[in-house]
Design a protein around this ligand. Structure first.
Ligand SMILES: NC(=O)c1ccc[n+]([C@@H]2O[C@H](COP(=O)([O-])OP(=O)(O)OC[C@H]3O[C@@H](n4cnc5c(N)ncnc54)[C@H](OP(=O)(O)O)[C@@H]3O)[C@@H](O)[C@H]2O)c1
Length: 512
């Protein structure tokens, strides 16, 4: 397939980072994530010339699927889900190196067959290849897969060499602190930490990575990035969708586990961390863990640091939608939160006294994820609201999705013979400047794992630190059941208790 024309702003930028010869083995290869994200990611990396010349894809799962059938399924997945249209020539390159091994996740003989398949590929190629195991199954089988990879000798393959075996582990990474520690222990009994890539696909998003560039490649932000100039930080991860057909899963999860403990805390860490000494995975992850550890324990009591609620029936996009309790698969008296808001206090030199507010919910007014940095107001010596001027506090916001970009609210004089003021928004949009066909998060993450760059993955201690913060809240909520559970109308910006969390500090949620 011919290369797509490059946007003028992208020309001249280096696009090649080399991965060694690799076999990617996907566990759960007949599943939804494989079709929706992983196969299209491999396809697009191939089209972009970013896969190593010697690349192989092996699907693994309990379903008995012939190689040819798996290739057909994979091709259909590209047709349906790839950001680029399928080109037969580009697909042929992937098809030629794709196969499937059927086996149970706790069936040792099947791992021997998998090892034989990898050995055959190496023999035909005449050289060693690194193996990247992608565990894309429900979490109930993460542990047996890890243990069997260890027992079959696949985890320690080429350890000590650059092309050692690697493993990507999908979310959710545990459901509380104890289960996250247990999973880490299982991982560590088989793999060394540098072989492990824990996914949080938020880290693969362009805007999330750009947060580091904006903070540390521009001289104007760092002097202001502290308690002297910033009044508060607000992070919103709002969805318009309800639970849909995933009611059974969501009942076990809830908003805090599904969105806040992982994705939103990544945004908190990247916004609040100290500048790392280098652009290196360990230096960045050290700073993230350090700032997460500086967060004070949360008070889950009413009037404390947290709010939770469930959506009631309402309107989305002009259409009526049911409340959470009316959705399929939801217990009639369910206490599962579909909205959570948290006030975080970071007890370090930079942030003491600056609240970080985090909220997430389903069936909110609009699908939007953003980080808003609210600066303190300018002294009202010349222009003040009490003097009739229309003014706003400066707000810098990183919009993570949709319409990825950056905006800054500034106060401006309205042209005319009188001095009147108005806040205006200065915006930058990725799609306008760089074109809209940007790689998906999974493309970046699969490529980074092949290369061995762990910057955009969660380290074991990072996952545990976040769970340590939220587990007492989850336990308090489980004990309280529906007591203290607020509700909000579907299509709104959330419940009154979420607003009250800010009102206690004289603040309001920004309308993203
Ligand atoms: N789907 C998404 O958009 C998405 C997004 C973010 C994260 N994830 C995470 O990615 C992982 C995979 O998600 P998915 O949606 O692809 O899952 P899935 O479709 O439910 O399952 C993937 C595969 O795992 C096997 N499997 C299913 N249930 C199993 C069970 N109870 N025990 C053992 N094997 C089972 C099945 O293959 P066989 O029957 O052939 O073994 C299935 O095709 C999960 O950890 C999920 O949380 C998914």
């Amino acid at each position: 397939m011919a290369d797509l024309p490059r946007h003028p702003f992208l020309q001249g930028l280096s696009k090649h980072r080399g991965a060694p010869p690799t076999v990617v083995v996907i566990f759960g290869a007949s599943g939804d994530l494989t079709a929706r994200k992983l196969i299209p990611a491999v396809y697009n990396l191939s089209v972009d010339g970013l896969l190593p010349a010697d690349f192989f894809l092996v699907g693994y799962g309990r379903k008995v699927i012939a190689d040819e059938e798996f290739r057909t399924l994979a091709k259909e997945a590209v047709k349906e889900f790839s950001r680029r249209e399928l080109s037969e020539a580009a697909w042929a390159r992937i098809a030629a190196c794709t196969s499937y091994v059927a086996g149970g996740y706790d069936e040792p003989a099947a791992y021997t067959r998998l090892a034989q398949r990898i050995a055959e590929l190496e023999k035909n190629l005449g050289r060693e290849v690194q193996t990247l195991f992608y565990i894309s199954t429900p979490p109930s089988v993460f542990a047996p897969i890890l243990q069997n990879l260890g027992a079959a000798g696949l985890a320690g393959k080429y350890l000590g060499q650059a092309h050692h075996a690697k493993v990507i582990i999908e979310k959710p990474f545990g459901h509380d602190l104890a289960s996250a520690v247990e999973l880490n222990n299982t991982i560590r009994s088989v793999f060394a930490e540098h072989q492990v890539y824990r996914i949080d696909h938020y880290l693969g998003k362009e805007t999330v990575q750009d947060l580091l560039v904006q903070r540390f490649a521009n001289a104007i932000f760092e002097p202001l990035w502290n308690r002297n100039f910033i009044a508060s930080v607000q992070i919103t991860v709002a969805e318009e969708v309800g639970v849909g057909t995933r009611g059974g899963y969501y009942e076990q999860s809830g908003c805090l586990r599904d969105m806040i403990q992982n994705h939103a805390m990544q945004l908190v860490a990247l916004t609040a961390m100290e500048p790392p000494g280098s652009y290196d995975a360990e230096a960045i992850r050290d700073e993230k863990v350090k700032v997460l550890k500086a967060i004070q324990p949360l008070n889950p009591a009413a009037g404390g640091d947290v709010a939770r609620a469930q959506y009631a029936a309402g309107m989305i996009g002009g259409k009526p939608v049911p409340g959470y309790l009316e959705e399929a698969g939801i217990a009639p008296e369910s206490g599962t939160e579909t909205y959570a808001a948290i006030r975080l206090a970071i007890n370090n030199w930079r942030w003491q006294g600056v609240p970080f507010y985090v909220r997430s919910g389903k069936r909110m007014a609009r699908r939007v994820s953003e980080i808003a940095i609210n600066f303190k107001r300018a002294p009202g010596t010349l222009f003040a609201e009490s003097g009739g001027f229309n003014l706003a506090a400066n707000t810098l916001s990183f919009q993570i999705q949709p319409d990825e970009g950056l905006s800054l609210i500034l106060n401006t004089k309205i042209p005319g013979l009188e001095t009147r003021t108005q806040p205006v928004k200065m915006s930058f949009r990725y799609a306008t400047t760089f074109g809209s066909n940007t790689p998906e998060a999974y493309e970046r993450l699969v490529l980074d794992a092949m290369i061995g760059d762990g910057t955009l993955f969660i380290r074991g201690d990072e996952a545990e630190t976040s769970w340590k913060l939220y587990t007492p809240v989850l336990e308090a909520w489980a004990a309280a059941g529906r007591d203290g559970l607020d509700s909000y109308v579907a299509g709104s910006w959330g419940p009154a208790t979420g607003d009250a969390l800010l009102a206690r500090n004289g603040q309001v949620w920004r309308q993203p």
